[in-house]
Design a protein around this ligand. Structure first.
Ligand SMILES: Cc1cc2nc3c(=O)[nH]c(=O)nc-3n(C[C@H](O)[C@H](O)[C@H](O)COP(=O)(O)O)c2cc1C
Length: 358
């Protein structure tokens, strides 16, 4: 699969992907919760933040390197965990992990991967984290963690904002179902939970086995890998995470896919940065589509960012090549923004690089 000639930015991959994917798959990938207000605002909120350029500055020693939880990374662009990547391309996670390794981007493998943990690890020699959804039983959860450890994944990213799926109405209207041959190959099928007619399908049903802080403490006792919580938006949750000695956080609203009308990560970031005081890394996702978005997130306290949907758009358009190109486009845009704002390194990017009206 070649990269189409008319691609200049991530938005072009989105357009091509829509034309290539089935209507149902598009609804699943592009869609978000309810009326999709949060998903829309995730992108538009960045354009409302203005940059302040800085002229006549020597940036000839510029670079985008950073140290993060034991890795020296060439740049702060990471791949978020995204389920069922074979929906977008037959090589699924193996293609995206290979592309990430080629571009020096940290890759995160979803619990709901459509490729086996061991197969992805073998093909993707770059830095990689494993995203964990707690399973029906602790034994099943532990098995996933041990497989990830054995396969060289260097951190566990626990997603905490989606113990149940959001109401993704676009997907429901399209009647989306996973096609044959695409499934969560690393997991055992979920147990059907019986509830009485007078019980709630949500409280006594789907949420009955949802994880709590006790499960995070349990996890701490069963892995020596760093634990990162993904899906925090509420500063109060970040304070609690600090008490539980979490190693890092991904400030995320799941790309607007869980609860509609949540704020965007970039809006809560300054408060969260104030709380963590730089003690643990902050990663931000949801709505990152431009190098300027990455720059703004770093200015407001992020150490790195993740992209979610753009992985699927790139896979659907041009497979591994598309994902590698997507990472490269973002990195070039970030470097250009840094150069025009007079920043040689990521630590030069501060709130002073943003326009703050009096
Ligand atoms: C199709 C799709 C599947 C996803 N699957 C997962 C998943 O399995 N685990 C997870 O933690 N997040 C999952 N996410 C959320 C992403 O990790 C990420 O938080 C979100 O996509 C970021 O927003 P963006 O798509 O605007 O970049 C998924 C997102 C999409 C679009």
């Amino acid at each position: 699969m070649a990269i189409p000639n008319d691609i200049a930015s991530l938005h072009d991959y989105e357009r091509h992907a829509q034309a290539r994917l089935s209507e149902e798959a598009w609804a699943y990938i592009y869609g978000a919760s309810a009326d999709e207000y949060t998903a829309r605002s995730n992108e538009s909120v960045y354009s409302a933040i203005k940059l302040l350029n800085q002229t006549l500055t020597d940036v000839s020693k510029g670079h985008t390197q950073l140290d993060l939880l034991g890795h020296r990374l060439a740049h702060p662009i990471m791949l978020a965990p995204v389920a069922y990547q074979k929906l977008a391309h037959v090589d699924g996670e193996i293609a995206s992990a290979t592309a990430a390794a080629a571009q020096g981007a940290l890759f995160t493998l979803s619990t709901l991967s459509s490729s086996r943990i061991e197969d992805v690890a073998q093909c993707a020699q770059g830095p990689r984290w494993f995203q964990l959804y707690f399973q029906d039983s602790r034994a099943q959860t532990l098995e996933l963690i041990k497989r990830a450890e054995k396969s060289g994944f260097s951190a566990i990213v626990v997603t905490v904002d989606a113990p149940i799926n959001g109401l993704r109405n676009r997907e429901q209207r399209a009647g989306f179902q996973l096609p044959d041959g695409v499934r969560a190959v690393n997991c055992q099928p979920e147990r059907q939970r019986q509830i009485n007619p007078d019980e709630s399908m949500i409280f006594q049903g789907l949420m009955r086995h949802a994880p709590s802080w006790k499960d995070i403490d349990w996890l701490r006792q069963h892995t020596t890998l760093p634990i990162i919580l993904k899906g925090l938006i509420n500063p109060r949750d970040v304070s609690i995470a600090l008490q539980h000695e979490i190693d890092g956080v991904v400030i995320s609203n799941h790309g607007g896919r869980t609860l509609d009308t949540l704020p965007s990560p970039i809006e809560v970031l300054p408060r969260i940065h104030e709380l963590t005081k730089g003690d643990i890394p902050i990663i931000v996702d949801s709505g990152i589509r431009r190098g300027t978005d990455i720059f703004k997130a770093i200015a407001l306290g992020a150490d790195a960012v993740m992209i979610g949907r753009p992985i699927m758009y790139a896979l659907a358009t041009a497979g591994a090549l598309g994902v590698a190109h997507t990472i490269r486009l973002l990195r070039d845009e970030l470097e250009l923004t840094m150069a025009l704002c007079g920043c040689e390194t990521l630590s030069d990017i501060t709130p002073d690089c943003l326009w703050q009206p009096a």
